[in-house]
Design a protein around this ligand. Structure first.
Ligand code: GUN
Ligand code: FE
Length: 433
C-alpha cells in the first residue's frame, strides 16, 4: 500500500463538544482532503489548498458527493449476543435467563466463538464502526476469538472476559479465583498488542460475589491502563435486587465504587436509574456512561437522562448494546437516542449526536489521542456515508438547506445502507457491493 494517500470528499469531524463550543466544535470541508501517511492522519484541509501541495504520485481516492466522518465508536456491545438480537417478549432479568445465558453457553466452543467473532467484526465495519468496547462471555476462548478477529482487521477493540460466579446457570459460571486468574492471563496475552486493549468485565453486581468484585477491583489496581466495563442501573427490578444483595451500599453505583471499580477507563452501560450523587461520583472519578437507546427501548428499561449527565460533567458515549440493542448501526442508534430524549423532554442535535458517536465516544474511553477525529497523528479510521443511499434519503437530503439538516436526515433515516465504505488505518476495510 502507498505510504501517502489523499482522500477527497465532504469531510466533517469534531474538535470538541457542540454543547460547550457551539459552531467552533466542528470542522467541515465541503470539498476537503484528508492526507494519510502510514495509516495516520497527516493533514486535513480544503482541496484547493491541499491538492496543489501533494506530489503527483500521491493516489487520490475521490469520494466527492459522499460525507467522510471519523469511524464510529460503539462504547458498549456484546459480540456473543449477535445471534439473539430481536428475541421476543422479556425485560432484562428474564431476557438474560431465557435467551442470553443459553446463547453465551456455546462460546465454550472455540470454533463457534471464532465464527461469531468474524461475523461480528464484519458487521461492525459494514456499519461504519471501527472501534468498540465489547463483552465476550465467561469463556477465555471467547476473548481469544474476538481479539484474533479484530487483529486480522487491524481494528481498535476493547474486550473482556465476563466475570460471573453467582446467580447464573453453572454452564456460564466461573469462580472468584478462577475468573481472576483467567483475566490476568488474558491481560498478559492481549492488552496493548497492536490496537487491542483489555477490560475487566464483571457482568453486573448481581452475578458476582463480593469476593469476585473485590478481585476485579484488584485487577484494575494491578494493571494501570486496563479498562473496566459493566452494567449499572438499567432496570428497576435489577436495581431492587442489587439493594437486597448489597444492603450496605448507598446505591447500585456505590457497589462498584466500594470495590475500587470506579475510575477513568471504567465504562458503565445504561446509567438510567441513577441519582445526582451517583452522577457526581462518576464525573469526579472520570468514569463514563454508555447510552444504549435501542436496548433501553427494546427491553423497556427506561429513558436515559443526557441533560443531567451533561450538567454534572459526566463523560458519555453511545452503545448499541447488541443483542439487547436491536441494531449494529450507529445511525439507527442515534435516531433512537433522539427519540428517547424526546420522551424525556430533551433535545439531541445532529451535531451533538455525531459528536457522541465519534469524538465523544473516543473521549469517554480516553482514546481521543488516537481515534475519534482527524486531528494530525490520529489513526486514520473513517466512514464514507452516502447521503443518497436510498430514494428517500436522496430526496430528503436534496431538500435540506443546511449541514445540520442534512446530518439530521442522515441520522434519522440512515442505516447500514448509508455506509458506502469503511477504512481502517488508512486502508479500505469494507466496501459496499
Ligand atoms: N445486565 C447484565 N447483563 C446484561 C446484558 O447482557 N445485557 C444487558 N442489556 N444488560 C445486562
Ligand atoms: Fe450490555
Amino acid at each position: 500500500p502507498p505510504p501517502v494517500r489523499a482522500i477527497r470528499g465532504e469531510i466533517l469531524h469534531f474538535l470538541g463538544d457542540p454543547v460547550e463550543h457551539g459552531a467552533a466544535a466542528l470542522e467541515h470541508f465541503a470539498d476537503g482532503v484528508l492526507v494519510v501517511r502510514d495509516g495516520y492522519v497527516a493533514e486535513l484541509g480544503d482541496s484547493d489548498a491541499l491538492l496543489a501541495k501533494l506530489s503527483a504520485e500521491t493516489p487520490i481516492e475521490d469520494f466527492r458527493g459522499k460525507l467522510i466522518l471519523p469511524g464510529f465508536v460503539d462504547t458498549h456491545v456484546h459480540y456473543a449476543q449477535s445471534d439473539i438480537i430481536a428475541s421476543y417478549g422479556e425485560q432484562l432479568l428474564t431476557w438474560l435467563e431465557k435467551y442470553t445465558y443459553p446463547a453465551e453457553r456455546h462460546f465454550a466452543n472455540p470454533a463457534h466463538a471464532a465464527a461469531v467473532a468474524e461475523f461480528f467484526c464484519d458487521e461492525l465495519l459494514r456499519n461504519g464502526t471501527t472501534s468498540a468496547s465489547a463483552f465476550a462471555t465467561v469463556h477465555p476462548a471467547s476473548v481469544d476469538a474476538l481479539f484474533a478477529a479484530a487483529l486480522k482487521r487491524r481494528m481498535r477493540l476493547i474486550v473482556g472476559k465476563v466475570l460471573m460466579d453467582r446467580n447464573c446457570p453453572d454452564f456460564v459460571r466461573d469462580s472468584a479465583a478462577g475468573g481472576y486468574a483467567e483475566s490476568r492471563a488474558l491481560i498478559e496475552k492481549w492488552h496493548g498488542r497492536e490496537r487491542l486493549l483489555y477490560a475487566v468485565t464483571p457482568r453486573f453486581a448481581a452475578t458476582s460475589t463480593p469476593e469476585q468484585m473485590r478481585l476485579a477491583g484488584r485487577l484494575l489496581a494491578e494493571y494501570p491502563g486496563v479498562y473496566l466495563q459493566s452494567h449499572v442501573a438499567e432496570n428497576r427490578g435489577e436495581v431492587a435486587w442489587i439493594a437486597e444483595l448489597y444492603p450496605e451500599a448507598r446505591s447500585y453505583l456505590d457497589v462498584y465504587e466500594r470495590f475500587g471499580q470506579l475510575g477513568p477507563r471504567s465504562v458503565f452501560a445504561h446509567c438510567i436509574w441513577l441519582d445526582d450523587t451517583d452522577r457526581a461520583r462518576m464525573a469526579a472519578s472520570g468514569a463514563a456512561m454508555s447510552f444504549c437507546p435501542t436496548s433501553n427501548l427494546f427491553l423497556g428499561s427506561g429513558l436515559f437522562d443526557l441533560d443531567r449527565a451533561q450538567a454534572l460533567g459526566v463523560r458519555v458515549g453511545i452503545g448499541t448494546d447488541v443483542g439487547a440493542g436491536t441494531s449494529f448501526s450507529m445511525l439507527r442508534t442515534l435516531s433512537e437516542a433522539y427519540k428517547v430524549l424526546q420522551l424525556n423532554g430533551q433535545r439531541l442535535s445532529a451535531e451533538r449526536a455525531f459528536y457522541l458517536a465519534t469524538l465523544g465516544g473516543a473521549r469517554s474511553l480516553y482514546l481521543d489521542d488516537c481515534i475519534g477525529s482527524f486531528a494530525p497523528g490520529r489513526e486514520a479510521d473513517f466512514v464514507v456515508l452516502d447521503p443518497a443511499a436510498t430514494p428517500l434519503l436522496a430526496r430528503r437530503s436534496a431538500a435540506c438547506a443546511t449541514l445540520a439538516e442534512r446530518l439530521f436526515v442522515l441520522m434519522m433515516l440512515g442505516d447500514d445502507r448509508a455506509v458506502a465504505e469503511t477504512w481502517v488505518l488508512g486502508e479500505p476495510a469494507w466496501r459496499r457491493g
